[in-house]
Design a protein around this ligand. Sequence first.
Ligand code: HEM
Length: 397
Amino acid sequence: MQAIDCPFGFSKALDFDPTLAGFMERDSLGTIRLPYGESDAWLVTSFESVQQVTTDPRFSRAEIIEYDYPRLTAEPIVSPESINVMDPPHSSRIRHLATQAFTPRQVDRMRGRIGLLTDRLLDEMEDAGQPADLVRYLSDPLPQHTILDLLGIDRAEWPRMQEQVQRLLVVGAGNRDVARAAKEDLTGYFTGLVAERRKNPGTDIISVLTEARDGTDQLDDRELAVLALTFTLSGQDTATCQISDIVYLLLTRPKLAEYARAHRKDLTDFIHELLRYIPFRKGVGIPRVALEDVEMDGVVIRQGDFVHVSYLTANRDPDRYPDPHEIVPDRPVAPHMTFGWGGHRCIAVPLAMAELEVALERLLDRFPTLRLAVRPDEVRWDTETIRRFPLELPVAW
Ligand code: HEM
């Protein structure tokens, strides 16, 4: 079968990409061609096959850094030393130590900070008067402020950090050198910060991780700096895009907003159902490479072949979720793949969920009559990056 071009470039509100829908209906396995990298890649679409690829050690992340692997951006977003491209036992070791930053006790403390940051942003939105752009006042800044605040970074440094992160995330060949310089600048900055926190620890994530232990094992300075950079990169646009997409759904489907207000104690499960539904990216993430021939769904994936998984199609697998293309607010809980799966599942899920919950709770509490100030078809959607999100959400209350 001929390879399909990816990113799929589809950005019509939160409609599911028809190319991807056709792909998953035909096969649970096909091939895609990405703008950068040396070859085509497999795309695995069903829940079960994605589960297999993400948990089977014959598919390696670490090995891809040896190659010009198929990807969406000119410069790979992740550094070769980043956790995203490690295999066990290295990845398990770092993950075990790093998740000590997201224990229930730590996340409770973070929830308090997120509440303060959210209130401050919503105060500014209220002061600016209506209509106000909710992306500008809430979804854009909150995840940035949250991660920078939790890493204990001085407010004066925030604009520079935000600028560098944006430089890293833009798709396009012309961006390669800019992205590389931004990555170096950020790594250097975090290296200095780690040294400082070892001397003067506080309550921030970096300080907490200087104390993280597994027996006698600890993270060294370089590992800590790379982790801090990884958190900064991973924790911003993902959450921004989800806050905007969730709010867009609530503002354009009043029944969902009604449900959220009437079922506050079920808010977490409801958010999970929205996360399952939201097609939050235009393509794929980081691939794996097959270390040996592997047979899957009647096809042989050859040693050296690159394999991408689609968490988006897995989330719409009819064998797993009845009526997969519907939002069913009280759907019986069945874990979704929006945070990934297996050995590289998001390590900050408790923090990500705390952000989404606090943002939504505060919005529902403070703006009981929140509504879209334009027609839904007037909302403009991003076409420049690898994610899917509204550029603006003009709201009134
Ligand atoms: C709603 C917000 C978020 C979503 C939807 C999300 C989603 C994801 C996804 C899909 C992956 C990749 C799985 C894979 O490689 O296959 C991932 C990995 C990761 N995420 Fe998140 N994430 C969110 C928020 C965050 C935040 C706030 C942080 C940090 C502060 C974070 C840190 C990470 C890290 C470090 C990884 C790499 C894990 C690994 O490769 O072992 N994420 N996330």
